[in-house]
Write a protein that binds this ligand. Structure first.
Ligand code: TYD
Ligand code: MG
Length: 477
């Protein structure tokens, strides 16, 4: 047994600390430091090389000219779903260690069982080590998703030695460990899910994956409290980190790469959860707009970028006058509440309407979370539209960040956004003034400098009717 010493590690950020403290010195989270055993390599032993790059140098440890290094012979193994391949960077890389994180119940096991069935369907073998569910439970789920394939071997086991032995013996095309928080390495203290166990088990699986070239997918539950080590302590160890997100009550699931040694780290894959498990959604904009309400006051369409991918999303606002003296409520779902508060203030001031005596609810359709300021203009228009009880014109998309002065600021990759809008049959786009972009045919592109100009462009009939012109014009900066 190798010697070991104790340090402390934060279950939130994975930062190490020599002493215990109530607060993590790195990320400032409270009560997250846990004892962590550091195994010392026996003296004389050299740390084994991490395989992929150095494999080409094996033999002599001399520097080699870059152009003489043999490219990897093992190609990626693409899965049947383009949405999965995109996030993985083209397919599964042999010998890679991939962490699939997400909240309990979001669909991690379902997603990985789909991947397993796809590999099995093309003649591959998969070892599925489940420490969470009984073989019967795993079988039940698999049967809902597709045919029960003899190529999928199930191992209901928590012991890491047994799992590693099985992976070695079977040398499958893919090994899945569901979940890393249920696995224990008998060589270490601490129960399943402790920082030591989670990290050491992952590190051992990493060495094994590299040594025998078997790709290993780890499931990791994201937990709020620090008692169980979350996937974040593993982010440094693994090659690829994928997070499965989505509202459990809604269909859409987004698989987001946050780290990828073998591909781009900000791609997303979109899926929908249904009766027969997940389905890929190759055209998420269509899915998101498909159930868009007929033009109704408060509904606006925006286009945000997820990685390289533009998504058309519907935002809804509801502005309700209140009689009581209670402070008005501001509730946002799918978008940062502070952004909403700022935009409400901008609308009040720059569009000259009073919102201090109104509750405001904002909702992003489809369970998507918007993080891009490019949606600002659309959100402001949706608040305005609902306050005035006038729908925005059909087929309108609003693109632009809003500044505090009500100015519409430019956003990146406008071309892509406009193309996506045109492709989905939208007819009119409000964009920041001065932004250069290729204007797709069929899309009437209108440049606006301010929120007031955007309001004038979006509600032409109101302008003609008079009442609004003053309000809008007053506020043109
Ligand atoms: P699961 O993959 O077990 O989640 P995780 O491994 O992330 O904890 O998915 C669980 C949820 O998915 C559960 O609430 C039921 C739902 N689900 C469906 O709606 N349809 C299906 O076909 C399957 C298999 C699961
Ligand atoms: Mg699960």
């Amino acid at each position: 047994m190798p010697k070991s010493t104790l340090t402390f590690m934060c279950s939130e950020c994975g930062g190490e600390s020599l002493r215990w403290a109530g607060q993590c010195p790195h990320c400032r989270a409270w009560n997250t430091l846990q004892e962590f055993q550091v195994r010392k390599a026996p003296s004389g032993a050299r740390a084994s090389s991490s395989a992929r790059g150095p494999a080409a140098l094996a033999g002599g440890r001399r520097p080699v000219p870059l152009n003489e290094i043999e490219p990897d012979a093992d190609p990626r193994r693409p899965l049947a779903w383009g949405e999965l391949n995109r996030v993985l960077g083209g397919g599964i890389v042999p010998g890679s260690l991939v962490l699939v994180g997400g909240e309990p119940g979001v669909g991690k096991s379902t997603l990985l069982m789909h991947a397993a069935q796809q590999i099995a369907a093309s003649g591959g073998r998969i070892l599925y080590a489940s420490g969470e569910e009984s073989p019967q439970q795993v079988r039940l789920r698999a049967a809902r998703l597709g045919p029960l394939s003899p190529g999928i071997l199930l191992l209901a086991e928590n012991d890491l030695d047994t799992i590693c032995e099985a992976i070695r013996a079977e040398a499958p095309q893919l090994a899945i460990v569901d979940s890393i928080q249920t696995v224990t390495d008998a060589g270490f203290e601490g129960g399943a899910g402790s920082v030591t166990q989670v990290r050491e088990s992952a590190a051992r699986l990493m060495r094994l994956a590299k040594e025998i070239g078997v790709p290993v997918f780890l499931v990791g539950h994201v937990t709020k409290e620090g008692a169980i080590a979350g996937p974040r302590v593993l982010e440094h160890i693994v090659d690829t980190v994928l997070y499965l997100e989505g509202d459990r009550r809604q269909e859409l699931r987004i698989l987001r790469a946050t780290k990828n040694r073998f591909g781009s780290a900000d791609e997303i894959g979109v899926f929908a959860m249904g009766e027969a498990g997940l389905e890929e959604v190759p055209d998420p904009s269509a899915a998101l707009l498909g159930n868009a309400a007929v033009a109704s006051p408060g509904t606006a369409v925006v286009v945000v970028l997820e990685g390289t991918r533009p998504l058309l999303i519907e935002i809804q606002s509801l502005v309700n006058k209140i009689d009581s003296n209670y402070p008005p409520r501001r509730i946002a779902s799918g978008i940062d509440i502070n952004r909403v508060l700022m935009l409400v203030a901008v609308v009040e001031k720059r569009a000259n309407i009073a919102l201090g005596k109104s509750d405001i609810f904002v909702n992003v359709a489809g369970g998507i979370r918007i993080t891009e300021p490019a949606a600002d203009l659309g959100l402001a228009l949706s608040i305005y539209s609902n306050t005035r009880d006038r729908p925005l014109p059909d087929g309108l998309v609003a693109i632009g960040e809003l500044g505090l002065a009500g100015e519409v600021r430019r956003v990146g990759q406008l071309d892509r956004r406009l193309q996506e809008a045109a492709r989905h049959g939208l007819t009119r786009a409000l964009i920041p003034a001065g932004a250069r972009a290729v204007r797709p045919s069929g899309l009437d592109v209108v440049e606006v400098r301010s929120l007031a100009e955007a309001i004038s462009a979006a509600f032409p009939s109101h302008m003609r009717s008079g009442a609004f012109i003053e309000e809008a014009e007053v506020s043109v900066p």
